[in-house]
Structures are given as structure tokens and as C-alpha cells.
Design a protein around this ligand. Structure first.
Ligand code: ADP
Ligand code: MG
Length: 686
């Protein structure tokens, strides 16, 4: 290949090496094992192959309109073949009265089937066809096509490469013996068969082998990273469960813990006692009770002579945490500090002193926590609530606050499917609260159209009359902040028309407001001064207003599933029956309709996340780390879940025998895994 086309391959498809070309897999194959009969051709067929005789040929038209028309016949009918270019050349190779095999894209012209520029090849009259194969087709780009590297030309390149390769050039990296009783096709064979399969069965075997390889390597990589981290990290040791923990656990819990909460506390207990730094992600649906888990963990730190802090993204969230946590801990005679941007200077000074000398053990706060002026005497545990609002760099700041890095627990309320978690977070320690506290009333979710609006408003009126509070949420349209603002204002006026002052009071929160304004409006709603909150999705994170019973989502078709679920989680936090109304216009796409249907059918965040994954594919799911999270060319997190489970298990078995993959037997495997490092690496959450 010349330098120009080589350069294009690098630029357009990131194919730099022969290896890259081998792993540039076809996205489908054309079945050339079949011969179609002319009378069976239908408009929905794409590529067809015919065997027959040329009856007649003729060049018609002038100059640009010049074309060669050939009438071609098999036992069942006739069809027209047409060439607009290379006419002389085609005329040289075809002969009226002889038999040919033709192959091309089927089109219909004036209702009659036609093949334009088909491939054509002479055959003997009753020849049985040996040229049976599945021809690969690759995705390509316009630029490449213009340089003669179309979807099928790439196959010819690959074929040329295979012709020069020996099987020994493609040594087997997987320890196939160790993987028994699985029987996998060897790599060299799989690579050939995925491009040029002998049969559909061979193709399936090749696909299985290469998918498994992807999944196994990814799992090995993640587990190796984790192993290395555990091996080299040093962490503070919480060796005992002490008085504070026991006192709260045995005497002062306002409710019995769920099984999931207990399990997670156990996992964290074990993880903070082993002398390694904990780096754990805690996932739990909205309302699953992460706060109490956080509190118990903080007490574990205190019982072992360490300080702990809880960081949340907004002032209001911090205040809410502070109020509920101090109420709990008061009973134990333990005090908690609150440090936010609006903490007064004198108070702040006092807090900082107490932290430094160690007389204050527990602190709740916003970003203010990570400022350099905040120093701890003996920080042992950092808990971060609502993870996605904090950047990695910010978290790293917290590490520096102690000689031995404190344990880190990151809590997030965005459920992600198990397969995705295993792939995206496989290198982290990971806990899930997959059970809601008992007695929760499900949130009744309905889909209503614009034309039902006045009925929806009547219902809302009756809810407000009984003392409840209401959210109206408007979508953010990313392309236009101005449009967002206009939509919101229009909505606000509309709501105000239904709910006029002075009987009703409305708060409004949106991204264009200064932070203080936002806080004030939020606060009025939280404290019940306003009955209605009109907002964009800035409201999403963690606010707790148990008295709010209706969530109205405007233009609900514009939201993704996980966002809808998060928003819905803002209601249903008290003992009252709660509702979520998804409002849309009359016209809905199939996907939007499916999302709305799922929302009305289930309240389970993990189930919704699974559906979301199936609908949108993994690249789009919130809460996943784009970089390196999904390095698969072939494997699918939706379709190949069970294969992923097997790969994970096999990876664990291999590493159990040989934790660092250091034995000579695994040298090739280790090399192979390391080669893929660049694609897969992601190590710490902090
Ligand atoms: P989230 O996981 O969304 O942060 P919270 O910790 O705020 O959830 O808990 C939601 C509500 O459920 C709180 O009012 C909390 O007191 C309550 N709660 C938590 N755990 C339990 C439990 N095991 N039984 C009953 N109520 C619980
Ligand atoms: Mg929470």
C-alpha cells in the first residue's frame, strides 16, 4: 500500500499496524453461497447473486448518458444489467450466449429489477459453483471510499495480509488448557474465520472466541490493577467496632436496617480493617438509605480514634445531612461540624481549630472541605455523596490531608447495570444497596398528553389543598441556553396562571441564577414557604423534601431514562402517596414511547438501568466513565452478559493461581494484557 492510503487508514480508522488491520472486523458478511432466481427478486433484498446467460447487449445514449444495457436470463426470468462506466472493458469480457455469475446490489427501475455495475464472471453452463463463501463487508468512510478503500476493498487488503501470514505469526495468548472445559478456537484460526468464514458455524465459533478474549483480557486487566493497588497501598486500620457504633446500632437506630444495608456495612468493615486503603464505590438507588450507612462508617472511624468527613455537592444537601446526622448523634453525645461557603469567619476559625487539635471528630461540608486551610489531626475516612458532581482532582485534594491516605467511600445514586459495573468499575471495590427500606409506597407514575393539562392541574390543586408540595421540571436543551430559559419562563407563567398569588407561592430555580439566589429559592421550598417549585434539571441532586408529593416532568420525551428516574426520586420520600406525571406533546418517537412506558411500569432503578442499556447502548449511560470503560469491538454488554460472567470467573481463577500473572506459563498472556493497557486503564476513583 502506498503512503497516501496508509496515512488515510491511520487517520480515518486508526489502523496503524497489521495487527490493527486484523482486528478491524467486518460488521457483516454477504452470503455468496446462495444463487437467487430472477423471479424471486424483491425490493427489500440488498445484494443478490444470479447465474444465467446473456441474451442481448447494446450501448445506448450519448456522452454522459452513454450506457451498456445487457439482458440477462435464468430459468425463471430476465433482468437488466447496466454499466455507465468502463463500458469498453466490460464489453471485452462478456459475450452474448455465454453463461455468467453476476453479483451486485439490486435496484428497481420503473418497477423492474436491475443490477447496476454488477461483478460478472464467466462460468461453464451447468457448472456447480465452488465459489461459495461469506464475503466480509467493513465499515469505511467517504474519504477512504474516494481512494478506493470501500467496504469490500478493505477485505481484499485483509485477504492479502492473511496470504502472507503463517499461523505461527499469531501465537496463542490465552492459556487454553487452563480454560477447559471451555473449548475455544485458537486465535489465528479465529482471526481468519471472523474475516473469511468457511461457514456460519465457523463464524460463530470465531466470534465467540474473540468476544471471550476481549472480556477476559478486560477482566484480567481490572483485577490486576486492583491487586496491585491492594498490594502496594497502605491504609489506616479500623480494627475494632467500638462504643459509638454499637450504641447507635443497638439503641438509637430509628428503624431496622435492610439486609442490603447490613451487608454493605460488613463489606466496608472488612475493607477498613485489613491495613489497605479502601477505595470503594457505594451504589444505591434514591431512597435506599445510604446516609445511615455513611453515619455508621463514620462512627467506625471515631471508635478507632480517627476523624471522618462527609462531603456533599451543595449547601442545601450539607445542611440536610447536618440536620439529620446531628439529630442522630446527639443521642450518643457526639457532635458534628458543618463547614460550607457560608460559614461565618468566627465559627469557621473555631471549627478549623477543633479539627486540627482533634477535639472535633466529624465534619460535614461542601467543597469548602478541601481548601488548604482545613487540616485534620487524624483523618481516617472520607465519604463523598453524589459522586458525579465532584471531579477526580477535587477528591485527590482530600487524600493529601493525612500522611496515610484516608479510606474513601464514594456514594452514588445512579444505578448502573451489573454488566456495566463489572466492566467500568471492575477495578474498584464496589458495594450495592439493592433493596429499598420496607413499606415504601410505590410512586404512581402516569403519562399524560398536553391536552390533559388542565386535568393534571386540577389534581395538583387538590394535592396542594391537602398541604402537599409540587415540582415542575423543564428540560435543558443543550444547544440553546436562551431557548431553555424561554421555555422555563413560559412554563413559569403558565403555572402561575393556574396557581396565582396570594393563595399560592412559587419558587423557581435555574442555571442562570446566581448561586445565592438558587439557594434562597430552594430553601423557601424546603421550608414549605412555597408550595410549588418550577425548575430545570439543576434540581436533580439529592434534595429531600418529604412533603413533596407530585413530580411533573414537562416535555418528558426529552429526558433519558436514568434522568427521569432520578427526578422521580425527588418525591415519595414521606409517608404520603406520591405521583409522577410525565407530560408530553401528542407526537412521540418509538424510543420515547418505550422510555415512558418503562417509567410507568417500574420504579426499580436497576431494572430501569438495564433497559436503558438495552435501548441506548453502553456509550450513553450516565455514570460510566467514557475513557476506557468500554473497550470492546465485538462483545456487547447487553447480549453477552453470561459470557462476561464466565470471563470474570475465569479471570479470577487464573489470578488466584498466579496473582500477578508472573509465571512463565503466562508470559504471553501477560504481554497480551499489557498491550491492551492503553485502552483499558483506569485505576482509582480518587
Ligand atoms: P439515599 O440513599 O437516597 O441517600 P437516604 O439515606 O436519604 O437515602 O434515606 C432515605 C429515607 O429512608 C430517609 O428518610 C431514611 O431515614 C430512611 N431509611 C433509611 N434506611 C431505612 C430503613 N432501613 N428502614 C426504614 N427507613 C429507612
Ligand atoms: Mg442521599
Amino acid at each position: 500500500m502506498g503512503p497516501l492510503r496508509a496515512e488515510l487508514l491511520k487517520k480515518e480508522l486508526s489502523i496503524f499496524t497489521f495487527g490493527d488491520l486484523l482486528e478491524y472486523y467486518p460488521y457483516r458478511h454477504i452470503d455468496r453461497t446462495r444463487i437467487n432466481s430472477i423471479d424471486s427478486l424483491r425490493p427489500d433484498m440488498e445484494f443478490v447473486q444470479l447465474a444465467g446467460v446473456i441474451l442481448h447487449q447494446e450501448v445506448v445514449g450519448q456522452r454522459a448518458g452513454k450506457r451498456l444495457l445487457v439482458s440477462f436470463k435464468d430459468r425463471t426470468g430476465t433482468i437488466e444489467l447496466a454499466w455507465f462506466q468502463g463500458i469498453n472493458w466490460v464489453q471485452k469480457i462478456i459475450q452474448t450466449g455465454c453463461s455468467y455469475l453476476v453479483y451486485g446490489r439490486l435496484s428497481f427501475f420503473n418497477g423492474r429489477p436491475q443490477l447496476v455495475h454488477p461483478e460478472i464472471e464467466k462460468i461453464e453452463p451447468e457448472q456447480t459453483l465452488e465459489k461459495k463463501f461469506l464475503e466480509p463487508v467493513y465499515s469505511t468512510t467517504e474519504k477512504l471510499k474516494s481512494k478506493g478503500l470501500g467496504g469490500r476493498a478493505l477485505g481484499r487488503l485483509t485477504q492479502a495480509l492473511f496470504a502472507q501470514l503463517k499461523d505461527s505469526d499469531l501465537t496463542e495468548p490465552l492459556p487454553l488448557d487452563a480454560l477447559k472445559p471451555m473449548t475455544l478456537m485458537v486465535r489465528s484460526e479465529a482471526l481468519r474465520q471472523i474475516h473469511f468464514p468457511e461457514s456460519t458455524e465457523h463464524y460463530q465459533q470465531a466470534l465467540l472466541r474473540l468476544k471471550f478474549e476481549e472480556l477476559l483480557v478486560a477482566q484480567l486487566r481490572m483485577q490486576l490493577v486492583r491487586w496491585q493497588r491492594h498490594r502496594f497501598s497502605e491504609g489506616v486500620v479500623f480494627e475494632k467496632v467500638g462504643q459509638y457504633f454499637n450504641d447507635l446500632y443497638k439503641h438509637h437506630l430509628p428503624f431496622g436496617l435492610t439486609g442490603a444495608q447490613k451487608r454493605v456495612i460488613k463489606e466496608i468493615r472488612a475493607d477498613t480493617a485489613n491495613g489497605k486503603q479502601m477505595n470503594r464505590l457505594l451504589q444505591g438507588d434514591v431512597g435506599s438509605g445510604k446516609t445511615i450507612v455513611a453515619v455508621l462508617c463514620m462512627l467506625l472511624a471515631v471508635d478507632n480514634g480517627y476523624q471522618a468527613c462527609l462531603m456533599a455537592p451543595t449547601e442545601i444537601l450539607c445542611q440536610q445531612h447536618f440536620a439529620s446526622v446531628s439529630a442522630l448523634l446527639q443521642k450518643l453525645g457526639l457532635s458534628v461540624g458543618l463547614l460550607t461557603g457560608s460559614t461565618r469567619t468566627r465559627e469557621r476559625k473555631q471549627l478549623l481549630n477543633q479539627l486540627e487539635e482533634g477535639s472535633l471528630s466529624l465534619l460535614i461540608g461542601t467543597h469548602a472541605l478541601i481548601e488548604d486551610s482545613v487540616t485534620f489531626k487524624k483523618l481516617g475516612l472520607v465519604i463523598i455523596d453524589e459522586q458525579h458532581r465532584f471531579g477526580v482532582a477535587q477528591r485527590a485534594q482530600l487524600w493529601k490531608k493525612s500522611v496515610v491516605p484516608p479510606h474513601m467511600l464514594v456514594m452514588t445514586a445512579t444505578p448502573i447495570p451489573r454488566t456495566l459495573a463489572m466492566t467500568a468499575y471492575g477495578d474498584l471495590d464496589y458495594s450495592v444497596i439493592d433493596e429499598l427500606p420496607p413499606g415504601r409506597q410505590p410512586i404512581k407514575t402516569v403519562h399524560r398528553f398536553e391536552k390533559d393539562r388542565s386535568r393534571v392541574m386540577d389534581f395538583i390543586k387538590s394535592e396542594i389543598t391537602t398541604g402537599r408540595q409540587i415540582y415542575f421540571i423543564y428540560p435543558l436543551i443543550e444547544e440553546s441556553a436562551t431557548l431553555d430559559y424561554e421555555n422555563l419562563m413560559k412554563g413559569y407563567e403558565e403555572v402561575k396562571a393556574f396557581f396565582p398569588e396570594p393563595s399560592y407561592h412559587i419558587s423557581m430555580v435555574h442555571g442562570r441564577q446566581p448561586a445565592e439566589q438558587k439557594e434562597i429559592n430552594m430553601k423557601r421550598f424546603v421550608e414549605g414557604d412555597t408550595q410549588i417549585m418550577v425548575a430545570t434539571t439543576v434540581i436533580e441532586v439529592g434534595v429531600n423534601v418529604p412533603n413533596a408529593s407530585v413530580m411533573v416532568i414537562e416535555s418528558a420525551e426529552k429526558f433519558g431514562l436514568s434522568q427521569l428516574h432520578q427526578l422521580r426520586g425527588r418525591v415519595g420520600r414521606g409517608s404520603e402517596k406520591s405521583y409522577c406525571v410525565l407530560l408530553t406533546g401528542p407526537k412521540l418517537g418509538a424510543d420515547a414511547r418505550e422510555r415512558l412506558k418503562i417509567m410507568t411500569q417500574t420504579g426499580n432503578g436497576f431494572e430501569i438501568a438495564e433497559k436503558d442499556l438495552a435501548l441506548r447502548g453502553p456509550g450513553e449511560i450516565e455514570g460510566t466513565r467514557q475513557s476506557g470503560a468500554l473497550p470492546f469491538k465485538l462483545a456487547s454488554l447487553v447480549a453477552d452478559r453470561s459470557l462476561l460472567e464466565v470471563a470474570r470467573e475465569k479471570a479470577a481463577q487464573l489470578l488466584e493461581m498466579d496473582p500477578g500473572l508472573e509465571s512463565p506459563r503466562h508470559a504471553r498472556l501477560r504481554e497480551f494484557v499489557n498491550l491492551r493497557k492503553a485502552i483499558l486503564t483506569w485505576s482509582k476513583i480518587s
